[in-house]
Ligand binder design. Structure first.
Ligand code: ADP
Length: 257
């Protein structure tokens, strides 16, 4: 495992961040980026100074989910540090803003590149940095958790029984690193149609996780066409509809982190 660089020598760009929150999932496509982005913008709406680090090298989502005017990261020529781009006051760093094609790299190289991008960015003074973790609990994720001092982790999953095993892996990784898992978000838990509620992936595995691992909070996020459409449009739903049901869920989650 990588030596934690924050043991006494946190990089200058990260020194003025109060809370670093990892949003993690064990599989791709469960809605991790959707949660990370909506959580970040809800925290900003609640008055916090917020940044988002999209740590996915292979499939960065941030450039699709938000639409900053400046879509390229710049470098401070004097300090050689990276200047985040910004959308609605939230600072953003993603490989998708690095101006290169999709990376072809092996695991150890990926870990190095992610750590470098995260630690050389000039985040300035932030109340929250939300890290959209790459999916899984392998070396890349472990390294990332070790180069910055995480204050909390949020695990995103779907309600299938199978997902339970994956969540357990995530919880174990964070507990080994002594990072508190403050919440599980069970995404795509149900949808409403013709006046009825449907549970396409079953019910109950979220509450099982929460009980078994003593995680204090469980949030349900329904399947909503507007969530998917807002993800594609570059304006997060929590921003587009700040009084809506989704924004309320994220306000509750925001209080937990
Ligand atoms: P991940 O980061 O886990 O790969 P994403 O957040 O990118 O997942 O979500 C995958 C796709 O599913 C995106 O197109 C997103 O807009 C959509 N999506 C996620 N959650 C929901 C939801 N609750 N309802 C509708 N669409 C969703």
């Amino acid at each position: 495992p990588a030596k934690p660089i924050y043991a006494g020598e946190l990089p200058p760009g990260l020194q003025r961040i109060s809370n670093i929150v990892a949003v993690s999932s064990c599989k791709g496509g469960v809605g991790k980026s959707t949660v990370a982005v909506n959580l970040a913008y809800t925290l900003a709406d609640m008055g916090a100074r917020v940044g988002i680090f999209d740590a996915d090298v292979y499939g960065p989502s941030l450039p699709t989910m938000v639409s900053p005017e400046n879509r390229l990261l710049e470098m401070n020529p004097e300090t050689r540090s990276i200047l985040p781009t910004e959308y609605l006051g939230v600072k953003l760093v993603s490989f998708g803003f690095a101006g290169q094609g999709r990376a072809i790299m092996r695991g150890p190289m990926v870990s190095g590149v992610i750590s470098q991008l995260l630690t050389t960015a000039e985040w300035g003074e932030l109340d929250y940095l939300v890290i959209d973790m790459p999916p899984g609990t392998g070396d890349i994720q472990l390294t990332l958790c070790q180069v910055v001092p995480l204050t909390a982790a949020v695990i995103v999953t779907t309600p299938q029984k199978l997902a339970f095993i994956d969540v357990a892996k995530g919880v174990r990784m964070f507990s080994k690193l002594k990072v508190p898992c403050v919440a599980v978000v069970e995404n795509m838990c149900h949808f409403d149609a013709d006046g009825k509620r449907y549970y396409p992936f079953g019910r109950g595995s979220g509450s099982q996780v929460v009980q078994q691992f003593g995680i204090p909070h469980l949030f349900d996020l329904p399947i909503r066409p507007t969530l998917s459409a807002s993800g594609d449009s570059g304006i997060p739903e929590a921003v587009a509809d700040p009084q809506g049901e989704v924004a309320k869920t994220f306000q509750d989650l925001g209080v937990c982190v």
